[in-house]
Design a protein around this ligand. Structure first.
Ligand code: PFF
Length: 447
């Protein structure tokens, strides 16, 4: 077998991990999930979830990946726990499921990059979103996004993934900062900040059962957890790197970028609608595409350039996340069966394209794909991983996180204890509430 690639630099890994984490989950999903789940109350729970649950979990995935030096599925065999391969398998499935509809939204972003240049959506952003987000056009751009993803994965870690993500993170931050400042200066954005930043504890108390699972799953989605992505990426890290430091950096940057995206989208929604509007095109999946697009439209000619730049950067963020999902299954098939990397990447890309056409055809399907991922697949997959690290792999995990860091053994033990208690309970409750809510109303588009 060819020698396994490693990241050329530490920054290479961090950027790739951040590249996987920062994507549509932060820029598209986080603002609209905030808008539909009570504003600041959701942000508050999300921040807690990212730090108290996300960070310890990402560390677990890093510890598995780096020690095994293998793809997310075989890693468990390599660590002498073959029965737990099921964790990797579920992660792989969850990742593929998510990629199928992620690519549809990625397609919208391509469409909006072009629409900015031509001014296509300038006349009426809501109508435009309705026209391009479903049907044949959405399917065509979904195909294009998936083809780009497969193309990058086909070239392998160093040539494709690392290079593609180097410029992305700084550009995302700069663009969002610029837009955030711009939104702040607009008339009507004022009330948005209270809505977004000052939690309504009464709302939280009354809606705890829905806000908590959404926020926890959002943290998983946003940090690329429970999908084998972080296990796979960590398998390329050197032993002399500090996993806790890397994990902290990834969680910190990722969370900050999500919060920043909210500071752009929510004020722009208020400027345009005076509130967070109901419905798919308003406060729902269309929030980014309608409200931010409207801000570009208001800028006239300059809006074309700024808009195209913005959506292009979002596109890079989406691609660097999508490639990490496809990389999980590709590295598995290449490692295990010696399959050809290019054929594997394009083969799975093609199959997922077909699955995703449902979501591209109708946003009701897209919502359903997303709900299933959020309510069941993500928490189930993370929960199994947490049980594995907490109870099965504990002593080795403790040893692994200490390598390359100066962490005291006591902190490492505390971390495993935390996984067994707070994290376990938090994820279990999230899964329970998710499953019961789906059971109560399956929400299938054809029912
Ligand atoms: N974390 C990415 C985002 O927030 O857009 C989405 C994602 C990428 C999820 C890779 C999972 C994953 F494995």
């Amino acid at each position: 077998m060819a020698q396994r690639e490693t990241w050329t630099t530490r920054a290479g890994f961090i950027l790739a991990a951040v590249g996987s984490a920062v994507g549509l989950g932060n820029i598209w999903q986080f603002p609209f999930k905030t808008a539909t789940n009570g504003g600041a109350a959701f942000v508050f729970v999300y921040l807690l979830a990212a730090v108290l649950i996300g960070l310890p979990t990402i560390l677990g995935e890093f510890a598995i990946g780096r020690r095994a030096k293998l793809n997310a599925v075989e890693a468990f065999e390599q660590l002498n726990h073959p029965a737990w391969t099921v964790v990797g398998g579920l992660g792989l499935f969850t990742g593929l499921w998510i990629l199928s509809y992620y690519s549809v939204v990625g397609g919208w972003v391509i469409r909006y990059t072009i629409g900015s240049l031509t001014g296509g959506y300038f006349a009426d952003t809501a109508t435009y979103f309705g026209a391009v987000s479903t049907g044949v056009e959405a399917i065509a751009f979904h195909a294009l996004f998936m083809a780009l993803t497969a193309g990058i994965v086909a070239f392998g870690v160093e040539d494709g993934i690392e290079k593609a993500t180097k410029l992305m993170v700084p550009s995302v931050v700069l663009m969002l900062l610029g837009l955030g400042v711009y939104a702040f200066t607009l008339d009507g954005s004022g009330p948005a900040y209270g809505y977004y930043l000052s939690p309504d504890m009464g709302y939280l108390a009354n809606n705890l059962g829905s806000v908590v699972p959404f926020a926890v799953s959002q943290a998983f989605f946003s940090l690329s957890l429970g999908m084998g992505a972080m296990i796979t990426y960590a398998s390329y890290i050197d032993k002399d790197e500090s996993l806790p430091a890397d994990g902290g950096l990834v969680v910190g940057l990722n969370t900050a970028i999500g919060v920043l995206a909210g500071l752009v989208v929510i004020p722009l929604l208020f400027v345009q609608f005076g509130q967070v509007p109901e419905g798919a095109a308003g406060g729902g999946p269309g929030a980014l595409f309608v409200s931010v697009a409207q801000a570009f439209a208001n800028l006239g000619m300059a809006g074309r350039v700024v808009g195209a730049l913005f959506f292009f950067v979002v596109l890079i963020a989406a691609l660097s996340s999508a490639i990490s999902l496809l990389e999980v299954v590709t590295s598995y098939c290449v490692d295990k069966y010696g399959w050809n990397r290019k054929a594997t990447a394009f083969g799975f890309g093609g199959a997922l394209f077909l699955l995703g056409t449902l979501a591209a055809w109708d946003t009701a399907w897209l919502g359903w794909f997303d709900t299933l991922a959020y309510s069941v697949l993500l928490p189930a997959s993370v929960l199994l991983g947490v049980i594995f690290v907490g109870w099965v792999y504990g002593p080795e995990a403790i040893d692994e996180v200490q390598q390359g860091s100066n962490a005291d053994a006591m902190y490492a033990r505390l971390w495993v204890w935390w996984l067994r208690t707070v994290v376990f309970v938090g994820v279990f409750v999230t899964l329970y509430l998710g499953v019961t809510s789906i059971y109560a109303s399956p929400g299938l588009p054809f029912l």
